[in-house]
Design a binder for this molecule. Structure first.
Ligand code: TXA
Ligand code: MG
Length: 344
């Protein structure tokens, strides 16, 4: 059966409609809902059967833990056994919002949620629909992004409907997800905080809030090309073969690669910024603009929908360029590297 599709006002969702979705959550059903980052697929975090179904419908391996969504910072003790001062300090600045913190877990959090580990990921989303839903359900909500494992995250309710509509119970449509890439995952269980996944809160803003530089997991002086393709866990991936040109962009190389593929009769798509367009003049390629180089938030907002659009156009090869590591550039690079079949 197809999921019940409930459309609500993104800013002021009708409490009666939210209540319907909340009742579904409380009774162990799976509810997709908008957050300010991407759409999540939610289950009552304390209901093991419901959480198990999340893994099943996504095809997600059990060793990949879930984020527990809370209605407010006051809920932290429900999930977390020890709340360090740094967590409260960061919550003050970034919650509600796209920051996920890794902290020691309470023993009653199901092992499925934490993949058996001693820590739990927690965040308070800022999307009014997400907050209203969690508040009305009065339960913590375990929610990964609402996509089949390894594929592009949904930024519209219709993406969820297309990907998982036959396998889940309710889809709350609250319009487009604003930021467009997932939350920043920050590990606070180490002596110094480490970013495990760059995302909606920038490294610069975290460093400023904590008054110290914040490391990125796997930080190397300059992340060079991969020794061989396929070393990175593939994720966020479109169907087409994506080739990511990392580092300061060599647009001439990109043009040459596009031309070569066209000559082989392949359908080619480009993920570029408007400033790049003149370079590709005269090539019969599908160009999708991520906006201007000067607005990387716009690029983040468009990224996943752009990958989906290129798939829908039947593109076989996508060439994507790096946009640096300032602000959301770091998250864009991370997602494109993981979406790529090849990084050059
Ligand atoms: O923006 C987001 O974070 C979205 C929305 C729905 O909130 N959710 C999301 O969830 O992106 P998911 O499951 O697609 O990604 C969660 C990430 C994974 O990389 C997972 O490995 C990591 O968080 N994670 C979860 N629990 C963890 C833990 N205890 N320790 C380390 N990493 C953890
Ligand atoms: Mg995901």
């Amino acid at each position: 059966m197809t999921a019940q599709f409930i459309r609500v006002d993104p800013q002021q969702p009708d409490p009666a409609l939210i209540q319907q979705a909340a009742v579904a959550l409380r009774s162990g059903l799976l509810v997709a809902f908008p957050t300010e980052t991407v759409y999540g697929l939610g289950a009552n975090a304390l209901d093991e059967a419901a959480v198990a179904r999340i893994f099943q419908v996504k095809g997600r391996p059990a060793d990949d833990p879930l984020i527990v969504h809370l209605a407010s910072v006051d809920w932290l003790p429900r999930a977390v056994s020890q709340v360090p001062g740094s967590a409260l300090q960061l919550a003050e600045v970034f919650w509600p919002g796209p920051l996920t913190m890794i902290l020691p877990r309470q023993p009653h959090i199901p092992g499925l949620v934490t993949a058996g580990g001693p820590t739990v990921a927690v965040r308070v989303p800022s999307h009014p629909v997400a907050l209203a839903l969690i508040r009305a359900a009065e339960v913590m909500v375990a929610a990964p992004s609402a996509n089949p494992f390894g594929r592009t995250s949904p930024t519209l309710a219709n993406h969820v409907l297309a990907d998982l509509g036959e396998r889940i119970d309710v889809i709350l449509d609250g319009g487009p997800a604003g930021i467009g890439v997932e939350s920043t995952v920050l590990d606070l269980t180490q002596p110094a905080p480490v970013i495990l996944r760059p995302g909606g809160v920038t490294r610069e803003d975290l460093s400023k809030a904590l008054g110290m530089p914040v490391a990125l997991r796997g930080d190397t002086p300059l992340p060079g090309p991969l020794a061989s393709p396929g070393l990175l866990p593939r994720h966020y991936a479109p169907r087409a073969e994506l080739v990511f040109l990392q580092g300061s962009p060599d647009l001439d190389l990109m043009r040459a690669l596009a031309q070569q593929a066209l000559e082989q009769g392949r359908k080619v798509g480009l993920l570029v910024v408007e400033e790049d367009w003149p370079v590709f003049e005269g090539l019969a390629v599908q160009k999708i603009s991520l906006g201007s180089q000067d607005d990387l938030w716009q690029a983040a907002h468009r990224l996943y929908a752009a990958l989906r659009a290129l798939d829908e156009q039947g593109v076989e090869l996508i060439l994507a360029r790096d946009l640096g590591e300032q602000g959301p550039g770091l998250a864009l690079r991370d997602r494109l590297r993981r979406a790529a079949r090849k990084v050059i």
